[in-house]
Ligand binder design. Sequence first.
Ligand SMILES: [Ca+2]
Ligand SMILES: [Ca+2]
Length: 113
Amino acid sequence: MKMRKAISAVLAGVLALSALPISAMSAGAEGAYAPGDVDMDGVITGHDAAVVSRYLHVDNTLLNADQLALADVNGDGVVDQADADWIHENEEVELGACDISVPNPTSLFYQLV
Ligand SMILES: [Ca+2]
Ligand SMILES: [Ca+2]
């Protein structure tokens, strides 16, 4: 009997801990990244504009709900070319100007494509 209680207490603790990161992530995604930082790397770059363009013209399943919220920079409820243009005009690091001593495979992929 005691063993059962101990096991269920441990299981309850494990469940509580495993639920934490999920709720923290879903609550923090929008606040943690600047509008336009669609790839969520902490900086608005040409890659963010490229991701939105790719979403608009190639693959409309590319972005998840958090990314769609970040991509809608003018807040009109839809992600369209106006948002991509704004991101492109406001990028902090231009495409191709990234520090290649710290290679980011995703950025490199989009620069090569
Ligand atoms: Ca970014
Ligand atoms: Ca928009």
